[in-house]
Design a protein around this ligand. Structure first.
Ligand code: PBG
Length: 326
């Protein structure tokens, strides 16, 4: 047959050649591992909708961190599940709040581990919204002061990075100002700049007991249909002082990750959220998918789309697989 074509298969012919041609690699340093901390003692309760994810009390926390560190993971993000909630989320910015205590404890035992603090109110408010509520409305500006207080208390406890996730307008500016005034000008902000109002957060809200008690989060989180708006959100957060930009969720938003990466010259972080985790876990438990292969493909896809870092509940699994391969 006299036809012309290109022989792409020449470069795929063996394991070694494929390894040489591989463009994207996962490393344990790519991951930030989320941990849920709870009040009480001797608690290690699995979250029903997130197999392999636990509520941990502080007496069991160091053992868990030891394992994480031994796997080569450099960073965790802490989420608090407080014993008490009220209408202004007091436990989010309390000096003895669960995240503040966890942070102090972890930084004392593992000073090199990079501890990220999630800065939001929804786990701490009785109405489950991310801000102050009045007459059924989530108020923007009065919430900013509470977010700045939360960030300062987390930095005081030793958090290395502040990650505000609540999507009030101006939250980066308010937190940057608060941190600077309190002498934390060296602490970076990893902003959830592009956060969609997503059904993929369902299992997390079980885990964090943070479902809104009325309405939804659509007046502050973004419409999944929007792309241009993502760039506006990212731009304003950068102007306000964000050091990293998070895109969340990740899997259904790989185009947004690439847009943000192309447009802005700062580290981009994907939040591989709870629903993305639980779907794979459930299918794997049924024997319907090959967990290792599918998780690796998903995370490689995020990196290929342009992320520098990934917040993922799979961090420990992947780090273990990487170790086994070497
Ligand atoms: C808090 C917050 C949420 C997640 C992280 N921080 C949930 C929400 O907005 O309801 C979701 C994380 C996940 O699904 O894994 N605002």
């Amino acid at each position: 047959m006299n036809i012309q074509f290109t022989r792409h298969r020449r470069l795929r012919s063996s394991d070694n050649l494929r390894a040489m041609m591989r463009e994207t690699h996962l490393r344990p340093e790519d991951f930030i591992y989320p941990i849920f901390v709870v009040e009480g003692e001797n608690k290690q309760n699995e979250v029903p909708s997130m197999p392999g994810v636990f509520h941990l009390s502080l007496d069991l926390l160091n053992k868990e961190i030891e394992e994480i560190v031994s796997l080569g993971i450099k960073s965790i993000i802490l989420f608090g599940v407080p014993a008490e909630k009220d209408d202004v989320g007091t436990q989010a910015y309390h000096d003895q709040g669960i995240v503040q205590r966890a942070t102090r404890q972890v930084k004392e035992a593992f000073p090199d581990l990079v501890v990220v603090a999630d800065t939001c109110l929804c786990q701490y408010t009785d109405h489950g919204h991310c801000g102050i509520v009045e007459n059924g409305q989530v108020l923007n500006d009065p919430t900013l002061d509470l977010l700045a207080r939360t960030a300062i208390s987390q930095a005081k406890a030793g958090a290395d990075i502040i990650a505000p996730s609540n999507m009030m307008d101006g939250f980066v500016a308010a937190i940057r100002h608060g941190l600077d005034e309190a002498g934390f000008e060296h602490i970076p902000i990893m902003s959830y700049a592009v956060k969609y109002a997503s059904a993929f957060y369902g299992p997390f809200r079980d885990a964090a007991h943070s479902s809104p008690q009325f309405g939804d989060r659509k007046t502050y989180q973004m419409d999944p249909a929007n792309r241009d708006e993502a760039l506006r959100e990212a731009q304003s957060d950068l102007e306000e002082g964000a050091d990293f930009l998070i895109v969340k969720p990740a899997l259904a938003y790989l185009d947004i990750i690439r847009d943000v990466k192309n447009q802005f010259n700062v580290p981009v972080v994907a939040y591989n959220v709870s629903g993305e985790y639980s779907m794979i876990k459930a299918a794997a438990q049924n024997g319907w998918v090959d967990e290792k292969a599918i998780v690796t493909e998903m995370l490689v896809g995020m990196k290929r789309a342009g992320v520098d870092l990934m917040i993922t509940y799979f961090a420990k699994d992947v780090a273990r697989w990487l170790k086994e391969e070497n």
